[in-house]
Write a protein that binds this ligand. Structure first.
Ligand code: ZN
Length: 67
C-alpha cells in the first residue's frame, strides 16, 4: 500500500471543450494539492474544491480514470 496514491481525472469544459488531466493526492484535495491542466482553475464551493474552466468560468465535467 502506498501513501503516495494519486487520483486522476479527465476534465472537460462544457463550453469551449477544453480538455486536460487533473491529478490530486487524495479525495480531500485542496487547491495546493491539485495538479491542474492548463486553462483550468480550482474554485472553493459549498461542496468542496471544484475544477472550473478559467476562460469560461464554468464548472468542468470530470471523469475518473482507473489506474
Ligand atoms: Zn471553457
Amino acid at each position: 500500500m502506498s501513501v503516495f496514491d494519486q487520483q486522476a481525472e479527465a476534465v472537460r469544459c462544457p463550453d469551449c471543450a477544453l480538455v486536460g488531466i487533473a491529478s490530486f493526492t487524495n479525495e480531500k484535495a485542496s487547491a495546493a494539492k491539485f495538479r491542474l491542466p492548463e486553462g483550468f482553475k480550482v474554485v472553493a464551493t459549498d461542496e468542496g474544491d471544484k475544477i472550473y474552466c478559467a476562460a469560461c468560468n464554468r464548472l468542468a465535467i470530470t471523469l475518473n480514470i482507473d489506474p
